[in-house]
Design a protein around this ligand. Structure first.
Ligand SMILES: [Zn+2]
Length: 406
């Protein structure tokens, strides 16, 4: 085969093709080095002798819809200088180590995986799923692992379910770059141990941390980063309040004996949990008002829910603190058990809730990343392999990589 074709199609320029073989859907190109090595690379001695060879196969870029195997006669050379121990296989410039594919093929696979699943790419290329995954793993390891901690000072911590409801993982996200910095097993305090170790080893100064109200995260942050500003994510606080409100609605509904009143309560869940300011529909508004008029605990909970959000809408921290004190007082005075409990929670997390005024961070970004993970898992096949899964997470911020999976 013409050597300029060999160069343009497969990037081989130090080699010549001695024979082409056509076998079904595969083209086998037999190649060997154009020139034999003459000088010992170690001592410079002029007498380098051939010392056997090995034939190796490399998957090359496909052509004409056919798979291409580059079959190379890899020569071994030995130095004749008695003081030199050089005895080595010639180098292979187009492939890495013991990999059975060329650099160009690997790059092609990585490109395909931007819009294809592992399985589809393997089918298209006529190679095994493991080969495709191996190529991708190496690529991800080289470019994304371990994630750099340089310049990181604000982080968000959250957990997600790997499989429905059972296996959890905790992720640490750099709030500036949206990169996942760490993936820990479980959702307990020990899930973060490895991360704190890395932080200490690298001397990284974390200044701001956002988490939900999880006791495990709180104690872990307190122990390992006592000087950081720890902000309790406001969406999580509001969510907790919504859960209380929903619980009250359910309890009130079941306690209500009057069928007509029950009817009014039924179907108000969505209205109760929506932001009051977002309900424009007249009919909806009337229905909500009717439900609230008729049930005191429910209306107390509803207005406290609406009021809670205002804690994050103040001009400064002092106003917010006053608002919070007032809120806690009202919640306690309502004597509604769920609201009293919520008052206790808010009080216990007072510092972290108000810390939002020192640094406007939230785990919102982390939630967004969690959604991306969900999408990624939906088309997943490779994620039983924990290491590969972790690598995919480290590359998740890079949209050139994350479009597809599997
Ligand atoms: Zn030598």
């Amino acid at each position: 085969m013409n050597s300029s074709f060999l160069y343009h199609a497969w990037g081989l320029y130090n080699h010549k093709c001695t024979r082409e073989e056509y076998k079904g859907n595969t083209i086998i190109l037999h190649i060997e080095a154009k020139e034999r090595k003459k000088e010992c690379p170690k001592c410079g001695h002029r007498q380098l002798v051939k010392n056997g060879f090995r034939v190796r196969d490399f998957i090359g870029l496909p052509i004409g819809g056919k798979k291409v195997i580059i079959r190379m006669k890899v020569q071994r050379y030995k130095c004749k200088n008695q003081d030199c121990d050089y005895d080595r296989q010639e180098s292979i410039p187009f492939a890495t180590g013991s990999c059975g594919y060329t650099h160009r093929f690997a790059k092609y696979v990585v490109d395909l995986l931007r819009s294809m699943t592992l399985k589809d790419a393997a089918n298209l290329l006529g190679v095994s799923w493991d080969t495709v995954k191996d190529i991708h793993t190496r690529h991800l390891e080289y470019h994304y692992a371990p994630p750099s901690l340089e310049g990181v000072d604000s982080i968000g911590i959250d957990e997600f379910a790997v499989r429905k409801g059972h296996v959890y993982k905790t992720i640490v996200v750099d709030l500036k770059s949206d990169r996942i910095l760490y993936v820990g097993n479980g959702k307990g305090a020990d899930a973060l141990d490895g991360f704190w170790k890395r932080i200490r080893r690298k001397g990284v100064g974390i200044k701001y941390i956002a988490t939900d109200l999880s006791a495990a995260f709180i104690s872990s942050v307190y122990e390992n980063c006592p000087n950081a500003v720890h902000v309790f994510d406001h969406f999580h606080v509001v969510k907790l309040m919504n859960e209380k409100l929903d619980e009250i609605r359910r309890v009130q509904y079941h306690m209500e004996k009057d069928i007509n009143k029950r009817k009014v309560l039924k179907g108000t869940r969505y209205l109760l949990l929506s932001n009051g300011a977002d309900i424009f529909d007249k009919e909806y508004k009337t229905r909500l008002d009717n439900a609230l008029d008729m049930n005191k605990p429910l209306s107390q909970a509803y207005y406290l829910k609406e009021q809670l959000r205002e804690i994050w809408m103040q001009v400064n921290k002092d106003d917010a603190e006053r608002g919070m004190t007032d809120w806690v007082k009202q919640a306690r005075e309502s004597k509604v058990p769920q609201l009293v409990k919520m008052a206790t929670t808010v009080t216990a997390h007072r510092t972290g809730i108000l810390a939002w005024y020192d640094c406007h961070i939230s785990t919102g970004k982390v939630e967004g990343i969690n959604n991306k993970i969900k999408v990624m898992k939906r088309t997943a096949y490779g994620f039983r392999d924990e290491q590969y899964f972790e690598l995919r997470l480290y590359a998740l911020h890079d949209c050139r990589i994350t479009r597809n999976v599997g």
